[in-house]
Ligand binder design. Structure first.
Ligand code: MG
Length: 392
């Protein structure tokens, strides 16, 4: 319990952590690269790949050109990595592995966030669909072209397992036929991913609920009067105002920052504490033993309820705000138009895409890899329409 309550640096990894010297390895065996561990090496490969750089111009909630201060997929991924690492360190887990998973977890996202993904999934309805988690795996397994003798980044099993957060049964069957002991197997046989992967999943949620409140307030689409109705936020608002009564009068930016800072710290402490309690009870003897148990990474039931209420608030007030949905409807049009244009005239894509045998999948990969602004430029070039103002 020391690790959970005092946040001291543990001397050694927990027995259920993914030890770097016990990796299940890479699909294509490679000589080690000391002094880096295999998971540090994965992290480095991810940071240097081109899909990672493109995350800077991909939407989280707000379309990229709406403002320079909103989160993008890149800053979101960095925040997830920071939060996951804090929790992993406190729980004596493999920090390098959680960092690699966190930095790669959104690599497969289309431009325009979930609107883009929904549109691409609809376009691919008769051609196997589109899933962003699976696409993230495709990016690191095949789409990146950086090595002379293999496609993709050839990452370790543990990083790939963490990237494939969800997978439909149909896709899991297809992947497992090609790679029977691969990361899709658990979607057929049951079981959990490593604790490092579970931690990143939760850290992802905690990160976005906090930063979407921040971005929502910055955009002016949500207001203090609404936040006061959300118990988790109001709790911290009252605590901060108690200590700094003048903050409400100063425009509220510092007040919001302090509320969110305290909220996220409390949630991470709760995550570490609740997870440690579950581990103390279950006492798995190894990373594989942990994979066979129910999910160990968790929040306490109180915090779970509070974060669920905050998510509901964000759905109702921000993600479904008319101004956001108007943008996402236009984004869907852009993706659907691009899909139509490239499947009708494949030569409009660069050669390496239009020469692939499965045209629809090649088009989906090409569109999924685009940044928001590149997609808008391509849409303008191919249709002559400008759906968004000032896209250059
Ligand atoms: Mg994410």
């Amino acid at each position: 319990m020391t690790a959970a309550t005092e946040f001291m640096r543990p001397a050694a990894l927990a027995p259920w952590a993914c030890a770097p010297d016990q990796t299940r390895g890479r699909r294509l065996p490679q000589a080690p690269s000391p002094p880096r561990t295999e998971h540090q090496r994965d992290r480095d490969r991810i940071v240097h790949c081109s899909a990672f750089r493109r995350l800077v111009y991909k939407t989280q909630v707000f379309i990229n050109h709406e403002g320079d201060l909103f989160r993008t997929r890149l800053t979101h991924s960095l925040e997830v990595a920071q939060l996951s690492r804090s929790a992993a360190r406190a729980l004596a887990l493999n920090e390098d592995l959680v960092e690699a998973i966190a930095l790669a977890h959104d690599l497969g996202h289309t431009p325009f966030g979930h609107a883009g993904q929904d549109a691409l999934h609809a376009c691919m309805h008769d051609h196997g669909g589109f899933e962003h988690n699976l696409q993230s795996l495709r990016v690191v397994d095949t789409l990146e072209q950086r090595y002379p003798n293999f496609d993709g980044l050839n990452l370790t099993f543990e990083t790939r397992e963490g990237i494939l957060k969800h997978c439909s049964r149909r896709n899991a069957e297809r992947l497992s036929t090609r790679e029977p002991q691969g990361p899709a197997q658990r979607f057929l046989t049951g079981g959990q991913p490593s604790l490092e992967a579970q931690l990143v999943n939760l850290a992802d949620e905690l990160t976005y609920i906090a930063h979407d409140v921040d971005d929502g307030m910055r955009s002016g689409l949500i207001h203090w009067a609404q936040l006061e109705q959300v118990p988790l936020l109001n709790h911290w608002r009252l605590r901060v105002l108690d200590e700094y009564p003048g903050l409400q009068d100063q425009g509220g930016r510092r007040l919001l920052a302090e509320c969110l800072r305290r909220m996220i710290s409390a949630l991470v402490m709760d995550l570490v504490h609740s997870t440690q309690l579950a581990l103390d009870e279950a006492r798995p003897t190894s990373a594989d033993a942990l994979r066979a148990l129910p999910a160990m990474a968790r929040l306490s039931s109180d915090r779970q309820e509070q974060t669920a209420a905050l998510k509901r608030f964000l759905f109702q007030s921000l993600y479904r705000h008319p101004q956001v949905t108007a943008m996402t409807e236009m984004a869907k049009t852009v993706v659907a138009d691009l899909f139509q244009a490239y499947t009708t005239a494949p030569q409009e894509m660069p050669e390496e895409h239009h020469q692939r045998p499965w045209l629809q999948r090649a088009v989906a990969d090409y569109i999924a890899g685009m940044t928001d602004r590149f997609a808008l430029r391509e849409h303008h070039r191919l249709t002559g329409q400008r759906l968004f103002p000032s896209t250059d």
